[in-house]
Design a protein around this ligand. Structure first.
Ligand SMILES: Nc1nc2c(c(=O)[nH]1)N[C@H]1C(S)=C(S)[C@@H](COP(=O)(O)O)O[C@H]1N2
Ligand SMILES: [Mo]
Length: 392
């Protein structure tokens, strides 16, 4: 199985061997060149604290993005319950349900299997302008392909659904008709067997070449490239095969999107349908993250997150000007976030509004906030994100 290595890494490995730093082309060095300065965003709330808004969340400060891979200690982190502390030496990942050879694998056994590296970026489905889009990151994951492990255990013909349980658990209310059950439940998510057997899903034990940190799901988590963060179950304890759909809280209730489809979108319009759907694949989103003064021009840097569909364009608009094509970083990979840059010439002193929009090869266009207005719930907020900057 071929390892997936980004071009940037290949380039850097080559550089390490030859030490010819002068070879680095422009696009490979979004880091500040000498004399470049960051331009101030004026849309960031004064009390915005990316480091620790609360005990269970760490936002990425997107103004610090300076390369494709988010450093491990800056990778955003969020969770619902406690972050279990797991002893890697005693850890067992249990495989149960409709398989011919149910089994447990220790961390050492998983690591002894053929490993795969994959660059994947994702965001929490609750990411939005409110979090300054900081519930997003992009990492290089190492792990074992889920399909290889499932094949080894022998999937039975009736199996349709693969359920992933975390070690973490907490109080849940399960409402059934007039009854409300207050229970302790594990964090759980599921995917179809068809999705599980695709080559991408990884049982991941390393991020950027290092073991996962406790808050990142040590020792093993699922990585579903091209899916919202919630699919990437951390602190995996059990993988269960069954025939029925799994309807756990974080699958069927908490992570739902309610949209108005058709008609006027108004509640009294019989032409309008209100559709509830699961949170699964990343919806196309671009975000402007950073602006730097570089010589006479300004460089706008941003990222796109999506489900892996090739991008057609990323465009940038300055104030009321036309949409202008941005340049995609050749280091981007199929499931990475996609960095883009735009060279802004002739910026005049004062405050400006800048915004980006992504279009993919299937024709999906990132909508404006107003166009997204028929979405009633706040998850999957992938609207265009106009930014305000002050040019000195
Ligand atoms: N076991 C477990 N896995 C989990 C969660 C959780 O609460 N428990 N949160 C999910 C959500 S909502 C997101 S957005 C991602 C965040 O992953 P990160 O903390 O590595 O960024 O983890 C997902 N995996
Ligand atoms: Mo999330």
């Amino acid at each position: 199985m071929a390892e997936q290595i980004t071009r940037r890494e290949t380039l850097l490995r080559g550089l390490a061997a030859t030490s010819v730093l002068a070879m680095v082309p422009d696009w490979a060095t979004p880091a500040l060149a000498q004399g470049d300065t960051d331009v101030k965003f004026t849309d960031i709330p004064a009390n915005f604290n990316p480091n620790n808004p609360n005990g269970t969340t760490r936002l990425l400060d997107i103004r610090k993005i300076d390369g494709l891979i988010t450093p491990k200690d800056q990778f955003f982190a969020i969770r619902h319950f406690n972050a279990p502390e797991i002893d890697g030496a005693a850890y067992k990942l249990k495989f149960s349900g409709m398989m011919n050879r149910p089994n447990e694998l220790s961390l050492a056994e998983l690591k002894a299997m053929r490993s795969t590296e994959l660059v994947a970026g994702y965001e929490c489905s609750g990411n939005s302008p409110r979090a300054m889009q900081g519930l997003s990151s992009n990492g290089r994951w190492t792990g074992v392909r889920l399909n290889a492990v499932l094949k080894q255990m022998g999937v039975q013909p009736k199996a349709r659904e693969v359920v992933f349980f975390g070690t973490d658990r907490g109080d849940q209310e399960v409402v059934w008709r007039q009854q409300t059950f207050k229970l302790q439940q594990q964090f759980g998510r599921s995917i179809t067997l068809e999705n599980a057997m695709k080559p991408e899903p990884l049982l991941a034990y390393a991020l950027n070449g290092q073991p996962l940190a406790r808050e990142q799901g040590f020792p093993v988590r699922l990585i579903m490239p091209g899916w919202y963060g919630v699919a990437n179950v951390k602190w995996l304890s059990e993988v269960h095969l069954q025939e029925e759909r799994y309807l756990g809280n974080f699958q069927a209730r908490w992570y739902r999107t309610l949209r108005a489809v058709g008609g006027s979108g108004q509640e009294n319009d019989p032409q309008t349908q209100f559709v509830e759907s699961e949170v699964t694949h990343l919806r196309l989103k671009s975000v402007i993250a950073r602006v730097r003064k570089a010589g006479d021009a300004h460089q706008i840097l941003g990222f796109v997150l999506n489900d892996g569909t090739p991008l057609k364009t990323v465009e940038v608009k300055i104030d009321n000007g036309p949409w202008q094509k941005a340049t995609l970083d050749p280091a981007n990979t199929e499931y990475s976030w996609k960095l883009f840059t735009y060279r802004w010439e002739g910026a005049t002193p004062g405050e400006h509004t800048i915004v980006s929009r992504a279009t993919d090869a299937s024709g999906a266009v990132q909508e404006t906030e107003a166009e997204l207005g028929t979405k009633k719930t706040f998850l999957e907020h992938n609207a265009q994100f106009p930014r305000k900057v002050m040019i000195a």
